[in-house]
Write a protein that binds this ligand. Sequence first.
Ligand code: HEC
Ligand code: HEC
Length: 250
Amino acid sequence: MKSKKALTLGLGLLVISLLALALFFYQSKNKALLRVDALSKNLGHVEEGKDLVADFTFFNDGLKPLRIFDVKSDCGCTDLSWKTAEIPPGKSSRLTVHIDTTMKQGAVTKQIRFASNDPDFSFGALNMQVDVENLHTAGNMTEGGRAKIFTDEKCAHCHVDMGVGAFGKELFEADCAMCHRVQKESKILVGPELEALSFNTPAQIARLREVISFGSKTHRSMPGFLDKAGGPLAKEQVDSLVDYLKSIKH
Ligand code: HEC
Ligand code: HEC
């Protein structure tokens, strides 16, 4: 008798715990339940100038509609095909991200942030890593490097193309700033910070024009920019750079 009672009690407890478990599962799913296929993607090693595409798949594992909103990237170069998405229960949706590697070199990290109505995943971040080929390697930077910077298409892309048809400050920013201003990301400063210097005397101005036109006699990283010296700039463009650097008030 005693054992029968115990059995009934045992069965009762089992049923109750099963019900509790079912309720627990139901409740944990009775919401929008976000799952992303990966929170981080490594896009590998690429050449500069390549447009890369990365996909992230958002799944709704819950029983209520999932909403993704406020999708933002940390730079203009990632173009987002959707800003918000509604994903029904049991369905998924794909976010495609384009990464433009133009003018980039070395390790590049991009981040996308978003918000969702999954109470346990209200904010999220997706990371992408790209290793853009750095052309400043030993092989490229030998004696020939000086000529190559203007003639090799790959180098010209960063060192010449942006300055075509430009004058003054705009031209400085396109062709000179990469070596004469502290770089934002790498903190590298290759040559003197020209915009912080004063060029007043005729001798200083003459030397300015000379180095821009024909390059530095002591440093191979400063090539001559004048067309007659094998560079990409017309005399008027060199003059506009001299005028710009002269005109900066300190
Ligand atoms: C992705 C754009 C980009 C490409 C492509 C590129 N450069 Fe550069 N280069 C830069 C930037 C930016 C700097 C400034 C220093 C830095 O950030 O590394 C620089 C600096 C330099 C320097 C001075 C630094 C030093 O170590 O002496 C030389 C010389 C140079 N580049 C030559 C070249 C040559 C040659 C090529 C082609 C083989 C090339 N660059 C391709 C962007 C580029
Ligand atoms: C690839 C890197 C690089 C680029 C691009 C570059 N420079 Fe230079 N520049 C240098 C380096 C390095 C020096 C230092 C040379 C030396 O020590 O003799 C220098 C020196 C100079 C000097 C002499 C400064 C002084 O007082 O000794 C002037 C002027 C100058 N650059 C102007 C320019 C202008 C204008 C541009 C754009 C058209 C430009 N440079 C583009 C690397 C560069």
